[in-house]
Ligand binder design. Structure first.
Ligand code: MLT
Ligand code: ZN
Length: 462
């Protein structure tokens, strides 16, 4: 759909008129960081990056692109991991980063309205300043944006306690593919007046509308926090322990799993001392947070689990952060080995233990020289199967793992979305009837097919 020659020149002239010459980027060097994803696996090309200042300019940009038949990729912090926010088919990049205002916190409703380009860290700061907290948190918090996390329905570290992004979004402002603006930001919790558009747009990966702002629910700030890192002999016992802790600890906020190989890679990559004198095959990091000190509750729960090896407990912020680094730095450490294939999946908790044992074998059978790294949000069955040593376009491992996940009744995308990386396998999780209804919604909200037309659907939506 990308136009060449004079048509493109005319479109770029109109876009310059909308955002001003400083915010239409056509210079190759300046464009480059918008054209490649965070992992380095997905690299495209765009005729221009357009950076609107507000919702009105965003609507005008969509309108110009729609009239000229230019496809758009909306982009926030560009921390996506499935090739959904980079211009792989020559799309115009619509960067929302300038729309980054975080409004005043409404303490009585416990809500805040944030612009699409506000980072998750900025929302955290605003909530914190009002004695509250935003429930979505993730390692990319300093760069990931509200718009991007709404577009992908990001999960993150605290889903077991609060749910994902969709559960926090109670109002939305967006520009649809028709060019129409919708804005429903009153934040009324009880509001049964028809289709819940925040839910429709959340997780739609920029295919239905460009999110410009979101009204976000905030939660109680629990200042008493304790983190424990626990070594286990085997995965089955680790998974069993997490299930027990979920029932026993109301204040359980995160339960993250990683393996010995990943821990060693993190320590080697960043010069960290290992947490214990001896290595354990499996580690679980748990965080509890409450109004009153939850240390005794956590210690009691850990002590009652079977097969517990070494345990490290951290109450103060610096030591908590030091323990979290072993988990959060997995993403950075794995990327030092070259662009990984990121297979972000959920499997039913009853098969999670055997899945962790089976996956490296499945990967090795598909590509013997590949290496598997497993870590993730074990409390909700979401594991990040990262595979290194495979060429970016070699999809044998992806096929083997995702097919296996589906055969177990799991999801091929737990929290990163489908993007371009996984659309080939969407049929594993979605029936023909579901895909047809999704396409019908796409056609209704984006009849010209300008909004991120090359993601999500196995073939471009039309
Ligand atoms: C994480 O949980 O760390 C993120 O989803 C990032 C990743 O999968 O690498
Ligand atoms: Zn994750």
């Amino acid at each position: 759909m990308v136009r060449a020659g004079t048509a493109m020149t005319a479109a770029l002239r109109e876009l310059t008129h909308v955002v001003g010459p400083h915010h239409l980027i056509t210079d190759a060097d300046e464009r480059s960081s918008y054209e490649i994803d965070w992992t380095g696996r997905f690299h495209g090309h765009t005729p221009a990056v357009v950076r609107p200042a507000d919702a009105a300019e965003t609507a005008a940009v969509v309108d110009v692109c729609r009239r000229h038949g230019l496809a758009i990729v909306p982009q926030g912090g560009n921390t996506g991991l499935v090739g959904g926010s980079v211009p792989l088919a020559g799309e115009v990049v619509l960067s929302l980063r300038r729309i980054d205002e975080v409004g005043p916190v409404d303490r009585s409703a416990r809500q805040v309205t944030a612009g699409a380009g506000a980072t998750i860290a900025a929302v955290h700061r605003a909530a914190q300043g009002a004695g509250l907290r935003y429930a979505v948190d993730l390692a990319a918090r300093d760069t990931a944006t509200v718009g991007g996390t709404v577009g992908t329905n990001a999960g993150g570290l605290n889903v077991i306690r609060y749910g994902g992004t969709r559960e926090q979004v109670i109002g939305i402002a967006a520009v649809l593919g028709t060019g129409a603006r919708i804005e429903h930001l009153q934040g009324l919790v009880k509001d049964n007046t028809g289709y819940h558009l925040p839910s429709v747009l959340c997780g739609s990966e920029g295919t239905l509308g460009v999110v410009t702002a979101a009204r976000l629910q905030l939660v109680t700030r629990h200042d008493e926090r304790v983190v424990a890192l626990v070594g286990f002999h085997n995965v089955a016992h680790a998974v069993e322990a997490v299930a027990t802790w979920r029932s026993a600890l109301d204040c359980l906020e995160a339960a993250e799993l990683f393996l010995d190989g990943g821990l060693r890679l993190v320590c080697d990559s960043f010069g960290l001392a290992p947490p214990f004198d001896r290595a354990w095959p499996v580690y679980v990091l748990v965080e509890v947070a409450a109004v009153h000190d939850p240390t005794d509750d956590l210690a009691g729960a850990v002590a009652s689990a079977s097969d517990v090896g070494d345990v490290a407990v951290a109450g103060d912020a610096a030591r908590r952060e030091a323990l979290w680094r072993y988990r959060e730095d997995h993403t950075l450490a794995i990327n030092t080995l070259g662009p990984p294939h990121k297979l972000d999946v959920t499997v039913p908790l009853v098969v999670l233990g055997e899945f962790v044992v089976d996956v490296p074998r499945i990967v090795a059978a598909a590509v013997p020289e590949a290496r598997t790294w497993l870590f993730g949000h074990v409390g909700d069955g979401n594991l990040h199967v990262n595979v290194t040593g495979v060429a970016p376009d070699d999809e044998r491992v992806d096929d083997a793992v995702l097919t296996h996940v589906a055969s177990l009744g799991g999801s091929i995308s737990a929290e990163h979305g489908i993007g371009t990386a996984k659309r080939r396998w969407l049929h594993l999780n979605r029936s023909e009837a579901e895909l047809a209804s999704m396409r019908a919604i796409k056609r209704a909200l984006d009849p010209g097919g300008v909004l991120n037309p090359n993601v999500l659907f196995p073939t471009p939506a039309g």
